[in-house]
Ligand binder design. Structure first.
Ligand code: TYM
Length: 333
């Protein structure tokens, strides 16, 4: 299938400001893909309800993510940029896919098991069926490529299962099997600054795209390190590897090579590495932050973008849902 025909879709939850993980795991690919593909990008506000945000916070977060999408280079003229809850057809499909999704397979997903550990007081059914809603987002536009970070891999697997199962159950070929996508060979996992694990919105270990320079400096200088290498060419411990991973993303190759060499010779000064990393991050993020400041309070503009996106997304979704209903046998009497 040619690139023109391949449909791309991805979403980001409205749970707070976007961080480097969101950008390098997902958005950087969105910006490239919008040049060559038919793209749908959206704000997953329904998905953020599993943690019961206050209505005011939810509203502000949706507006914020919309502005951050645009500030990061997503062009509403080149793609369909919309809010998930503006497209009720997604919920129709969610209900229908729930009938072919098995509780056992949902209970086995790592993200669900994680949530059970993290929020034992609020294990709602929305958490269990989170991957079904995500599959609905993808399948409602019959997407082929889904640019996401490593943490979404298992959800994508389930979306493939539901596409296949639906087609088999109803003897049709409505859904292509969507694939997790990254321009590099592997899906990306951006680490946090706290030594271990991935950068996350709830982990408090992130650099946000709109962080002020002094905030970035403070966060980077506080990043976890170790006592330093004790013998030449020693393997990098995880917290140090993490700093290099981020350096590789935002700094010049020579900069990363310089500090790697210093590490190998046991002459590295983590303070210097951090100072350089902070300055490179600040320079990298400056254009995003500037654009964000320009548009975040322009409610009229953001409202227009959302309305145009809603219209385009609903037109595409309506076609799919009509075919789905027909395949299932839900016809007008
Ligand atoms: P969310 O909002 O948690 O994250 C949005 C995107 O950012 C990526 N990401 C990362 N990538 C690399 N390293 C990290 N540390 C990191 N942290 C986050 C995520 O992989 C994701 O691509 N369930 C989704 C939202 C969603 C969706 C969809 C995505 C809802 N429906 C349909 C694709 C298609 C989520 O929670 O993403």
């Amino acid at each position: 299938m040619s690139q023109q025909q391949d449909i791309v879709l991805s979403g980001i939850r409205s749970t707070g400001s976007l961080h480097l993980g969101n950008y390098f795991g997902a958005m950087r690919n969105f910006v490239r893909l919008q040049e060559t593909h038919t793209c749908y990008f959206f704000i997953a506000d329904y998905h953020s309800l599993t943690t019961h945000p206050a209505p005011e916070d939810l509203h502000n977060n949706v507006r914020r993510i919309l502005a951050e999408y645009i500030a990061s280079g997503i062009d509403p003229e080149k793609c369909t940029l919309y809010v998930q809850s503006d497209v009720p057809e997604t919920c129709d499909l969610y209900l229908l896919l729930n009938m072919i999704a098995y509780v056992g397979e949902l209970e086995r997903t790592t993200t669900f098991k994680d949530k059970i550990r993290k929020q034992p007081g609020n294990i709602n059914a929305g958490l269990l069926t989170y991957p079904v809603l995500m599959a609905s987002d993808i399948l409602i536009h019959r997407a082929h490529k889904v640019p996401v970070g490593k943490d979404q891999e298992q959800h994508l697997e389930l979306a493939r299962v539901y596409a296949r199962r639906f087609n088999n159950t109803y003897n049709c070929e409505i859904f292509p099997e969507p694939e997790a996508f990254n321009f590099g060979a592997n899906l990306v996992k951006v680490p946090g600054l706290d030594g271990t694990g991935k950068m996350g919105k709830s982990e408090g270990n992130g650099i946000y795209l709109t962080d002020a320079p002094e905030v970035i400096r403070k966060k980077v200088m506080k990043a976890v390190t170790d006592t330093g290498p004790t013998e030449p060419n020693q393997e990098l411990a995880e917290p140090i590897q993490n700093l290099f991973t981020i350096l590789d993303l935002v700094s010049k190759p020579e900069t990363a090579a310089f500090f790697r060499d210093q590490y190998a010779r046991c002459s590295i000064r983590y303070g210097d590495l951090k100072k350089q990393l902070a300055e490179d991050l600040i320079a990298y993020l400056a254009p995003i932050r500037e654009k964000f400041e320009q548009i975040i309070n322009d409610k009229e503009y953001l409202g227009k973008v959302a309305a145009a996106g809603r219209e385009k997304a609903r037109a595409s979704a309506a076609k799919t849902i009509a075919e789905v209903r027909r395949a299932i046998g839900i016809n007008r009497l």
